[in-house]
Design a protein around this ligand. Sequence first.
Ligand SMILES: [Zn+2]
Length: 283
Amino acid sequence: MNKKFRSGIVIFVLALLFILLILMGGRRHRYGWAKEPKGRIAVVTIMAGDAHYKWNTDDEKDIYYFLKILKSACNYIEENVARYGGSIEFIHSGNCDDKRLIKNKDFDAELSGEVHDTEAVDEFLNGEEMTAERKALMKEQKCRGIIYLFYINAPEGYPYPGTTYMWMQPSDPEDEFSLLYAHMKNEEISAAIVAHEMLHCFGLPDLYAQDPDGSYPLVTKEYVTHLKEIDSDDIMFSVYSGRARDRYEIPQSFSDTDAYFAGLLRKCDDAEEFGLGKPIYFR
Ligand SMILES: [Zn+2]
């Protein structure tokens, strides 16, 4: 092999690595690590304790309620994906007795309160034990992605703004995690909230606000205004519980726009009319 040819190969490999790094970096700012809404996805429930609130694991009442909510959220996504011709199946501790699907984990960090220190969660998920468990779970249960839901025992009258969060895992392409609170300021956790957060894992953006710094420019200001004007019941626009009979029912709609961002529809009228960005699945 001559020298020129060898250095050509080295340059080619370096260029390839560089492109790969850029692609991976670009995806960091997007939801959708759990990939397209299809196939089998595991939902791991973590009853999380933090510096302020812990769970009393002897009392199974709360766990029962949460699993009922989770089941309703999973059914909602499965049914709506099927309506658009797709097929997704969730396994969670409500329908599968794999012990790895639910666990208790107490953190010293602050997961509730005004500042959310999620570094501890990142560390936990990327630690040796959970990394090995994730690989085994995916292989043995034949899953293509995992969603981690950290359920926090915030009490009634929890004083902080009523918000749950979905985070992208920066280092692993197969999972995302969300912090969910048993109670929020004016709201209890509901199936609609859990479904909304889970849908972020499949690339669906929030439709109620445009990202002010433009790092997530899928939704235009005009579209946000339009949805407000028509009092939209889209699940990515509002999870307001006033519409529901109880916290297990999800009256919100899964719209063509949601199906478009989930990669289930190639085109949708609103995307064209309001100049919405491209879903992460179409390039
Ligand atoms: Zn959201």
